[in-house]
Design a protein around this ligand. Structure first.
Ligand SMILES: Cc1cc2nc3c(=O)[nH]c(=O)nc-3n(C[C@H](O)[C@H](O)[C@H](O)COP(=O)(O)OP(=O)(O)OC[C@H]3O[C@@H](n4cnc5c(N)ncnc54)[C@H](O)[C@@H]3O)c2cc1C
Length: 370
């Protein structure tokens, strides 16, 4: 028997279990939409909350503390979880192409797949370096490396590629966990997204922790012994970490969607400007109406807007335009249980700020556990 068009079940496919989609699922668990089948596609059964990553590396949190359990979340929302990687969109057939699995049909799809910090253009990177994202490989490499250093099997030398906030926060976290010689290699300017005061403070913390800079310096190759720079200089390292900026996932280029530097260009309703059946949020989207640096805070704030606009696209309620805030309170952990905060160029620092960050992070994670 055919379903009547009025009661036909529609297919919403959420591609990637990033922060926005996790929050959308959390809401759908409480307010399910009738006649809607939801599928979540994510390679792993959980998604890490990167805001707590430096705290995990520093040894303040166990690994489970920063994992959002997507299996449980999907089950509560009545959604199907497909544990796989999306590799393409066939927009004429309205199908998401999946690695090693049949495609999945959609009426509406949303992308929340984050960025990649892989640097495949650097020879040796794939063999001898580890990226800050995805977390799984870094977490394993870090624990193995700490064990190897403590057992005297590896030299305590680390090279970090990328001197933005992520590279700096992770360098401070690693320096807190273990006595090591850390070098940050940066191609242009250290901490480009911070104001001069916050930058100066962080540089002074790094100097106190014995972290060295090579700037401006280009990495020519990663070798079994460390990093070779374009000028021929060698930096010895038994752990090489890639934390160089936000690179878009390559397969988005094949989707035919309008991209801005590889990120999906969206309108204020978080819809692709090319195709109104495709939404994109978080780090993988470029908000053409209000460009912002990539940050989890925007992914989190977009969640109620994505939800409202998906509902609207299904015929329930009006669309809501998302206008991101111009600046936000950046809380940067300093390795030990202290944090530096920056907003509108003002800088504060202390153990109390770390406790505030810890509470914000704990509250964020708690909502998925209740
Ligand atoms: C060390 C570090 C510290 C940070 N600290 C902060 C902070 O304090 N505050 C802040 O605002 N931001 C911070 N950020 C930035 C923040 O982590 C990101 O902006 C945020 O995670 C973006 O969320 P998202 O929803 O775009 O996707 P992500 O959180 O990146 O999640 C993407 C998900 O999609 C999945 N996925 C990837 N590819 C595919 C695919 N092809 N198919 C299906 N699924 C896929 C991934 O497995 C993952 O589960 C930090 C980043 C780093 C590296």
């Amino acid at each position: 028997m055919q379903e009547s068009p009025l009661t036909q079940t529609r297919e919403l496919v959420l591609i990637g279990g990033g922060h926005t989609h996790a929050l959308v699922l959390h809401d759908l668990a409480q307010h399910p939409l009738p006649d809607l089948r939801v599928t979540l596609i994510n390679p792993d059964p959980s998604a890490p909350y990167t805001g707590m990553l430096p705290g995990f590396i520093a040894g303040h949190y166990p690994r489970e503390a920063l994992e959002i359990d997507l299996v449980r979340l999907a089950a509560r929302a009545g959604a199907r979880l497909v544990q796989a990687r999306a590799i393409g969109l066939d927009r004429s057939a309205r199908q998401v192409e999946i690695e090693g699995q049949p495609p999945i049909r959609y009426d509406l799809a949303a992308l929340d797949i984050g960025i990649t910090s892989d640097l495949p253009q650097i020879p040796g990177y794939g063999e001898y370096a580890v990226s800050a994202k995805p977390l799984g490989a870094y977490a394993r490499a870090w624990e193995d490396w700490v064990d190897a250093v403590q057992a005297g099997r590896a030299s305590p030398e680390i090279a970090v590629i990328g001197g933005g906030v992520a590279g700096v926060e992770l360098a401070l976290a690693m320096a807190h966990r273990i006595r090591a010689h850390i070098t940050i290699v940066e191609a242009s300017t250290p901490l480009p997204h911070l104001g001069p005061r916050a930058r100066a403070r962080l540089l002074s913390h790094l100097a106190q922790a014995g972290v060295e800079w090579r700037v401006p310096a280009q990495v020519a190759e990663v070798t079994p012994k460390g990093v070779r720079l374009a000028d021929g200089a060698e930096i010895e390292a038994s752990l090489v970490l890639g934390a160089a900026g936000a690179r878009p996932q390559g397969w988005l280029r094949g989707t035919g969607l309008d991209l801005s530097d590889g990120f999906v260009t969206v309108d204020p309703f978080l819809r692709s400007i090319t195709d109104p059946t495709i939404f994109a949020v978080g780090d993988c989207a470029h908000m053409a109406h209000a460009p912002r640096a990539k940050a989890g805070v925007y992914a989190v704030r977009q969640a109620p807007f994505l939800l409202a606009n998906l509902r609207a696209a299904l015929g329930a309620g009006p669309m809501r335009a998302y206008h991101p805030q111009r600046d936000y309170l950046k809380l940067i952990s300093l390795g030990e249980r202290r944090a530096l905060g920056e907003k509108w160029g003002m800088v504060l620092e202390g153990g109390w700020l770390w406790r505030i960050k810890d509470r914000i992070d704990a509250r964020f994670m708690q909502q998925f556990r209740n």
